[in-house]
Design a protein around this ligand. Structure first.
Ligand code: PGA
Length: 268
């Protein structure tokens, strides 16, 4: 695992955008467009805004042929609800990058087919050749995707029930800061094993509220009680942090040194 402690959330967004663009260019040059795994939530929004700004400035790569796969989706929202993660990712990123909707994938929460939704999503990811790079946030309880503490480290895409804490954390997206009443109880999420199959994991965390979860994930024991700790099993996981999110790491000086001394050619 490579831990990259940066100063600000803007630095995190720039490095994440650099990494995504480098992959898109590399895969386009190889003739096989990139397959991106995308996260929703607040943290990646600055990265997505950076990617769109670069496109606006004419410096972005072409996203022609790129496919995207969301990490997760709410179950039980009316079709087309603006807080559905498919609607969110289109609004915040893929429409602006001119990635057509048929190349933008998410777990399908249609009630009639829910029991099949997990396996179908796994198949869609396999059919696309697997995810090259998966963007991840981390919950204050250590979840990745919507794999709440206790999720099997071997899990695949399936339905999960959100914890009260996650529903409270997400209430702000539903217009109620403290009242989780409008937040669905159920979700479909890529499993931890699904996430670990991606070629490169890019976990982004900003702000002190994430510091304890980041420390547990990076320096704690691997345990289903902290799903993000499963990243310790991945051969290519990058954890990009601002000062607040890195503030409880005990090996912070070492991570800073590794980053400062990193050869230019190496990239993330
Ligand atoms: P956030 O959520 O980026 O909105 O803090 C992260 C997560 O719950 O995975």
């Amino acid at each position: 695992m490579e831990v990259v402690p940066l100063a600000t959330a803007t630095d995190v967004a720039r490095l994440a955008a650099d990494t995504i663009e480098a992959l898109v260019r590399r895969r386009a040059a190889a003739g096989t467009p990139a397959v991106l795994g995308l996260a929703t939530g607040s943290t990646p929004l600055a990265t997505y805004a950076e990617l769109l700004a670069r496109r606006g400035a004419g410096t972005a790569p072409s996203y022609e042929g790129v496919r995207t796969f969301n990490l997760d989706e709410y179950v039980g929202l009316p079709p087309g609800h603006e807080q559905s993660y498919l609607a969110t990712i289109r609004r915040e990123l893929t429409d602006g990058l001119a990635i057509p909707p048929e190349r933008v994938h998410g777990p399908d929460p249609t009630p009639d087919t829910l029991p099949l939704a997990g396996e179908r999503y796994e198949q869609e990811i396999r059919d696309a050749g697997g995810i090259d790079l998966q963007v991840l946030g981390i919950g204050t309880d250590g979840h990745i995707g919507f794999n709440e503490p206790g999720s099997s480290l071997a899990s695949l895409t399936r339905i999960k029930t959100l914890t009260a804490r996650t529903r409270r954390d997400n209430a702000r997206f539903f217009g109620a800061e403290d009242d989780p009443g409008g937040v669905p109880h159920h979700v479909l999420t890529q499993g931890i094993a699904t996430i670990l199959r991606a070629g490169h994991l890019l976990l982004l965390a900003t702000g002190e509220a994430k510091a304890a979860a980041v420390a547990a994930a990076v320096e704690g024991a691997v345990t289903a009680s902290c799903p993000a700790s499963a990243l310790q099993f991945h051969p290519h996981a990058s954890v990009i942090l601002d000062e607040g999110a890195a503030s409880r790491l005990t090996r912070l000086d070492y991570y800073r040194e590794v980053w400062a001394e990193k050869p230019d050619w190496q990239g993330l």
